[in-house]
Design a protein around this ligand. Sequence first.
Ligand code: TRP
Length: 451
Amino acid sequence: MANVDFSNRDSFGSKFGVIAAAAGSAVGLGNIWRFPYVAGESGGGAFVLIYLAFIFIIGVPVMLSEFVIGRKAQRNTFGAFKILAPGKPWFIIGIMGLVAAFFILAFYSTIAGWTLEYIVKAVSNGFKGQDTTIIFESFKTSTFKPLMWQFIFMFLTGWIVFSGVKNGIEKYTKVLMPLLFFLILLMCIRSLTLDGAAKGLEFLFKPDFSKITWGVVLEALGQAAFSLSIGMGALITYGSYIQKDNNLSKTALQVSLADTLIALLAGVMIFPAVFALGMDPQAGPGLVFQVLPELFMKMPAGYIFSIIFFILLAVAALTSTVSLLEVVVAFASEELKISRNKATIIGAIAIWLVGVIATLSFSDLSHVKLFDLTIFDILDYVSANILLPVGAMAIVIFLGWFFGKKLIFDELSNEGTLKMKFFGLFIFIIKFIAPIAILLVFLNSIGIIKF
Ligand code: TRP
């Protein structure tokens, strides 16, 4: 450790930059690709309701906890626990986070690669007069193209991380996130004005409680964690780049609200169209790739919009993959004493290798299954539904029970300069509500206890 210089760590440049970067991490394929298909498979409205409850009861407090840990420690996820709790095993949270970064980035880059293929398809007017389900099936089951796009996507991710925090991550997200928001709004309007759109809204917002099982509750918890980028230290890492005068509570709330809004809008963009076009809400990971191209074909100027949309989707994915790679790079450069550039290259290649297996599980490795899940499904399920919730639980337990209330107060109030209206509530949630809720969901969904 001794010869690593921490005094000139990179950091975000402005308040808006912090929000853009953190929202850039949170808003991604999780909102636009994963949320609709998981909600579709898990029964719609009831799932959405539980998801929302988890975002606000657990998600926001965990996000804030990660910011506090990161900014206080000024370190990567692993190093943060080493510094804040020397000699104690809390750094295991950091190790779990690194594993989660590998798992998530591996399957995430598969889908991110798909978005690049869809940009090309959109530009070449490849959806016109075609059956979008057939187009999608034949693309994802081919070997070469998905692998090529995944490689290109990992390369782009590495490139931005290589450029640094301020001049890479912050610079791009500031412009691109607002544009994405605008485009989703437009698509919602088109989807909602299709004949038969109301059924989709009903599916999305009318809770049918008979659909709720503990498995669905766990899915909702996993999706909430995944969408907010919490539970593995990505936001500890980003937190370590936040300036000392930033109001962390406000930032966490704004980022969570933006993320939730975009997920809900993605639902409003997808489900009315799914029902109006007679498609299957349970189509799984292919849902948006089959529905959206159809929707574009039915829109005035759909050709142009389809190009812009898939570019923005790729960008949203990119600002998320960047935050995942940053976890690994910050760890490797600060703890293993290798240069940041070297860490980026080695990290990106290592993750890409796992990613190849995830991509091939739609084609050549599609027969490899465990519990009826492909390798892709397993990486997705284990990271979102197990690693992230367990990580989130460990993080709040660490902060709530071992960190010290005074230190939390100082960090949250910027040494007493901010008014803290909800401090008591926050402490109560991270000490009791969040860990107990996560534990109950787990024990029930595994079947150890039964409510
Ligand atoms: N939140 C991102 C999304 O919704 C994905 C993501 C980025 C993520 N960084 C993360 C998920 C860290 C969990 C942890 O697309």
